[in-house]
Design a protein around this ligand. Sequence first.
Ligand SMILES: NC(=O)c1ccc[n+]([C@@H]2O[C@H](COP(=O)([O-])OP(=O)(O)OC[C@H]3O[C@@H](n4cnc5c(N)ncnc54)[C@H](O)[C@@H]3O)[C@@H](O)[C@H]2O)c1
Length: 251
Amino acid sequence: MDRVKGKIALVTGGADGIGAATARLLAAEGATVVVTDINEAGAKALAGELGGMGIAHDAGSEADWHAAIAAVKDRYGRLDVLVNNAGIGAGIGDIEHQTLDDYHKVMRVTCDSVFIGSKCAVELMKGKGGGSIVNVSSIHGIKAAAHEAAYSAAKGAVRLLTKSVALHCARNGYRIRSNSVHPGYILTTQMIAWMERSANSADLNAALLAQHPIGFLGQPEDIANGILYLASEESRFMTGSELVIDGGYTL
Ligand SMILES: NC(=O)c1ccc[n+]([C@@H]2O[C@H](COP(=O)([O-])OP(=O)(O)OC[C@H]3O[C@@H](n4cnc5c(N)ncnc54)[C@H](O)[C@@H]3O)[C@@H](O)[C@H]2O)c1
């Protein structure tokens, strides 16, 4: 019940999917949750339900980060947990078909967001007892996907950026941990819609299942459970780690 009791947690891209499941679970385990998203109405609705704060926030925008962090500082005075969850670009193109413009858009929301967010969190957490930064990467941050050039690049960068932040914070005695989570295919609303839109939805489903030896695809709560662990003190000796939650995809 109280695994993150009393902590202030911010979840980016928190209005839907893995972010929303995470926000709900952190709140259920005692955290005060700040839900941020480009979908302002969605962020505010969920935050209202959870008794936290909802903020309109494009995670790729430095100005939006500064405004969001200022609002957190103003309302709560500190931040204990940052979940860099927002990310885009899955399934949108191989190296021959993806444009440089696509690449920059994906990098901005999927990777720049983690850089700016980590920078803001370190500034706010250091000197205040530390905290936990959890970055949602992907199986494609470990194993590349031919049809996802920019996404693989962005998620791979998030994986090592996480470790760089972890090392810097540890060496400086900040007591700030930084870890990454690597989900396999998760049945979010967007993912289900994508599978249903596919020309041969049954074949796609079978192909995805074949890539997950465990025999089923994940639910947002499967990832939220891992994020909760990394946010809580139960993982106090973990930093720079990769928590792979993928039904065996990367084996
Ligand atoms: N769903 C999967 O199968 C899967 C697998 C591996 C990794 N991931 C990663 O997990 C994270 C969450 O994925 P999801 O499938 O739950 O996402 P999603 O596509 O369901 O989107 C979640 C939320 O992100 C918000 N969002 C989109 N662009 C944003 C931006 N610029 N700034 C702030 N918010 C923004 C959306 O409005 C939405 O509410 C992403 O980083 C994704 O790459 C997902």
